[in-house]
Design a binder for this molecule. Sequence first.
Ligand code: NAD
Length: 264
Amino acid sequence: MIKRWYMRFSDMVVMVTGAGRGIGKAIAERFASEGAVAAVCDMSLKTAEETAAAITAAGGKAEAFEMNVQSSDQIQTVIDRLIEKHGKIDVLVNNAGITIPGPVVDFQESDWDLMIDINLKGVLRCSQRVARTMINRKSGSIITIASESGKTGKPLFSLYAATKFAVIGFTQGLAMELAPYGIRVNAVCPGIVRTKMWESLDKDLARLQGTKEGEALELRKKNIPLGRLEEPEDVAGVAAFLASEDARYMTGQSVNVTGGREVH
Ligand SMILES: NC(=O)c1ccc[n+]([C@@H]2O[C@H](COP(=O)([O-])OP(=O)(O)OC[C@H]3O[C@@H](n4cnc5c(N)ncnc54)[C@H](O)[C@@H]3O)[C@@H](O)[C@H]2O)c1
């Protein structure tokens, strides 16, 4: 008889940061659709509750938490509540992130601090604390949503690239540290994903480059080998794969999901 593989998420607890909307929301929905309990975390409790309600209405299991990845206390509180209720966290998806585009010469130090605190230190804070619980159980998977900007730097995105290169390096090092415990650590590098982040980026780039709104996105769309913009679900599918048994021999990897824009 042919052996069949399933994602086997039915008794899993998955903690997703920045899951109130966009890519994080799609990831929470995808894991829940495979049977996992989705811990929907966002700095905005309102949007976290909306995502959780949508999952529940669709027959899935979800819990909403207010959690800003800049706050170690809030992160620890969520982890403690999940461990108390479910006894474990199987998967952490570090998704929360921001981007502030602009020329390096014009950047304020407060902009650097904010982006580094969320995009890099937010990943460190969550990974460190969740890894401690996974080490005890000798199993788990940590997935960080990096970016194609973590592979190649681009003008006006230098600081963003610095944070995303950093989380890829962190992913590699942490993967080696946690491999002896059977914990896998990987990253996903999306390209141009249709979310609120790109809606506001398009406006920012129009202002910075003197173009019309919509032009920045249209120009980039022309350069996507697969010929369409990326959807949050395109990222969610790869995140689910990385957490699944099918990816059991993958760790320390940063997988491009860019429609062919990034190939290294
Ligand atoms: N949209 C893209 O084209 C794209 C491409 C590559 C990588 N990414 C990465 O994917 C991730 C998600 O991006 P998106 O496009 O869905 O963004 P988005 O702005 O649409 O959604 C981000 C979510 O994260 C939450 N968030 C922001 N700061 C937070 C914080 N400090 N603590 C907790 N939650 C916070 C927001 O409230 C929001 O719900 C980010 O890490 C981003 O860098 C996005």
